[in-house]
Design a protein around this ligand. Structure first.
Ligand SMILES: [Zn+2]
Length: 160
């Protein structure tokens, strides 16, 4: 008993002249996500889900976008810090399930690398990090390639 579920969602605009970082992996594309950090929408959704599961607020509370120390920061560092907070609360990660919503590019070739990257930071196996992807069938801001969205759920258990 004592399991905790968490949910996270994140949105970013897409623009030319930015790198597209997804799940800690640079994905080649003509556009990248806009943000104060490296704008990794998947890692941000995962951080929010982890913080939510531990009832620790959201990513904006811990890493404010007004703080210059987070300017262009690698979001893998934010995930690392978030995991430390979760451990300090006495929890460990059981698994994560996530979905990326973007029209282009196809991210299937990069999913295994994202799973490895995230699993290594969190200290779980790749099978504990599920990453799915979908388009919105060209509907809305995602379909117009103006932005992208990520959703994540996590399950935490108390450290024995
Ligand atoms: Zn974000």
């Amino acid at each position: 008993m004592g399991f905790r579920i968490g949910f996270g969602v994140d949105f970013h605009q897409l623009a030319e002249g930015r790198d597209l970082m997804l799940g800690g992996v640079q994905v080649p594309h003509t556009k990248g996500a806009v943000g104060h950090s490296d704008a990794d929408v998947l890692l941000h959704a995962i951080c929010d889900a982890l913080l939510g599961a531990a009832c620790l607020g959201d990513i904006g509370v811990h890493f404010p976008d007004t703080d210059m120390q987070y300017k262009n920061i690698d979001s893998k560092k934010l995930l690392q810090h978030t995991i430390e907070l979760i451990k300090k609360e006495g929890y460990t990660v059981i698994n994560i399930d996530s979905t990326l919503c973007l029209q282009v590019p196809k991210i299937k070739p990069f999913i295994a690398q994202m799973q490895q990257t995230i699993a290594a930071i969190i200290g779980v196996t790749e099978r504990d990090i599920s990453i799915k992807a979908t388009t919105t069938e060209r509907m809305g801001f995602v379909g117009r390639e103006e932005g992208l969205v990520a959703y994540a759920t996590v399950l935490l258990a108390p450290i024995p």
